[in-house]
Design a protein around this ligand. Structure first.
Ligand code: HEM
Length: 456
């Protein structure tokens, strides 16, 4: 059997091989283009890109093997590390091996369920501010850009819930830095795939120049936060992370590492949650009956800072809407791994150096895995409905490297959506077709305008 031949028992397809150039172009312009139509029909697709075996894996047993049972044999890809390192440094998302294990167990308590009330309070305050802003922006039938509004809000929440800082002081600079990186330096180009990581490309030089400014900014934020008076109880994630100690050694994070963790949490956490919220609102605007059912659930519920955490347990339908929106538009559209040694994932042979794509974008719309996969139907996620296979619904990944902020993100998305629909009936302002553009996250192209009608 050659490496590109699937085993006879596999339901597998062979993708028309993309040229490496067209693959790189798609990744840079719109990564949705890297998934061929047969990926939505077949469980395993084999192809070669940049001279390497590449496998699009949509078989539950194979996914379980790669992300859970033998996860240590799979690391992040060299191109991914190269692009994200200047932003995330040696923080949790990019670390490997023992270094990763130590960071993860040190940070875990800062994201434990007991921290939900702290996060919920910050989210509730920021969501109320957003309602005020949107009332003004959408007054007298003016169309509103809800993508921009959700990006602004998610960054506000990341800043306030981590630092309890007035984002009025730092928000614009933070947004400017992140946007500049995302639209230029964060886009992969051909050299990112061709050059060994040790050899910098011209773009790498610019990326590392950017890193100096970025770190300077993160350090200023940390210094401002440290200058605040110490509190008895933790006020925010920064208090929890700064006090976090390794359960074995008792060590706290050294300052440089704390800066990388803070940068990682801001970058990994805000754009993903912003697009989850955007797509939830977009889908609700196109499904008035579903929007009204959600409005009925949230009517009269106290979503203020002191009551928000308790309200989460009754926002069952709102949560199902968020989960279904993340099925159709998973903010993290693919997980990419490179095999360290030869392996057998279920019955699929994987060569050392092969790249495996486990893609929520494909899995969540896979025609063999879902009934009517293109239909927006939150009932799929209501208690009592048959639960989806836990290896084919992966908005937050799975296994030891599952998203550490999943609870935080769901708390934020559910509370913000509930607050917005409690206040507004949302509809599209025009019927321009909207497509999906995946660069770092799944973005709408173009971001459509909406009309907001006050409910109260
Ligand atoms: C809707 C929002 C979010 C989505 C869809 C999302 C998705 C994901 C996914 C799919 C992974 C796994 C990546 C992989 O295995 O390659 C991940 C990892 C991670 N996420 Fe999230 N995320 C979200 C929000 C957040 C938030 C709010 C934070 C922090 C406050 C965060 C921090 C992280 C970190 C640090 C990792 C790396 C974990 C590790 O490698 O141990 N994420 N996220």
């Amino acid at each position: 059997m050659t490496e590109t031949q699937p085993p006879p028992s596999a339901i597998a397809g062979r993708a028309a091989p993309p040229t490496s150039l067209s693959f790189a172009r798609s990744l840079s312009d719109n990564a949705i283009g890297i998934f061929p139509p047969e990926a939505f029909e077949e469980e395993v697709v084999f192809r070669r890109v940049f001279g390497r075996q590449q496998i699009i894996m949509s078989r539950a047993a194979g996914i379980q093997h790669i992300l859970v049972d033998n996860w240590a044999n799979y690391r992040r890809t060299a191109a991914g590390i190269r692009i994200l390192r200047p932003l995330l440094g040696k923080g949790l998302l990019l670390s490997q091996g023992e270094d990763w294990r130590r960071q993860r167990r040190t940070l875990a308590p800062a994201f434990a369920p007991r921290t939900v009330p702290i996060v919920a309070g910050h989210v509730a305050r920021a969501a109320a501010g957003s309602v005020t802003d949107l009332r003004a922006a959408g007054a007298r039938g003016r169309p509103v850009d809800l993508l921009a509004a959700m990006q602004f809000l998610a960054l506000e929440i990341a800043g306030t819930s981590m630092f309890s800082l007035e984002m009025a002081r730092y928000g614009a600079e933070l947004r400017g830095l992140i946007t500049r990186y995302a639209v230029r330096l964060g886009r992969p180009n051909l050299l990112d795939f061709l050059l060994p990581v040790a050899i910098p490309s011209p773009r790498d030089v610019l990326r590392w120049r950017f890193r100096r400014r970025w770190l300077d900014f993160i350090r200023r934020i940390i210094a401002a936060r440290r200058a605040q008076l110490p509190a008895g109880a933790p006020r925010d994630l920064f208090d929890l992370m700064a006090a976090a100690t390794d359960p074995e050694s008792g060590a706290v994070f050294p300052p440089a590492r704390l800066a990388d963790e803070v940068a990682t949490m801001i970058v990994a956490g805000h754009e993903t949650t912003a697009v989850a919220l955007f797509w939830s609102l977009y889908l609700l605007a196109g499904a008035p009956a579903i929007q009204e059912r959600l409005a009925a659930e949230v009517a009269g519920i106290d979503l203020g800072p002191d009551a928000a955490a308790a309200a989460l347990s009754v926002l069952v339908y709102t949560r199902a809407v968020v989960q279904e929106a993340m099925r159709l538009y998973p903010p993290a559209f693919t997980l990419a791994r490179m095999a360290i040694s030869d392996d057998l994932a279920g019955d699929v042979p994987i060569k050392a150096g092969a790249v495996v794509l486990i893609a929520p974008w494909v899995l969540h719309r896979h025609r063999r895995l879902w009934k009517e996969p293109e239909v927006f139907d939150p009932l799929r996620f209501l208690p009592g409905a048959p639960p989806p296979d836990r290896f084919v619904y992966l908005p937050f990944g799975i296994g030891p490297r599952v998203c550490i902020g999943a609870q935080f993100a769901l708390t934020e998305a559910v509370l913000v959506l509930a607050t917005l629909i409690q206040n507004f009936r949302i509809e599209r302002a025009d019927d321009t077709p909207v497509t999906v553009r995946a660069i770092v996250t799944t973005q709408p192209d173009p971001p459509p305008p909406f009309l907001l009608h006050r409910r109260c």
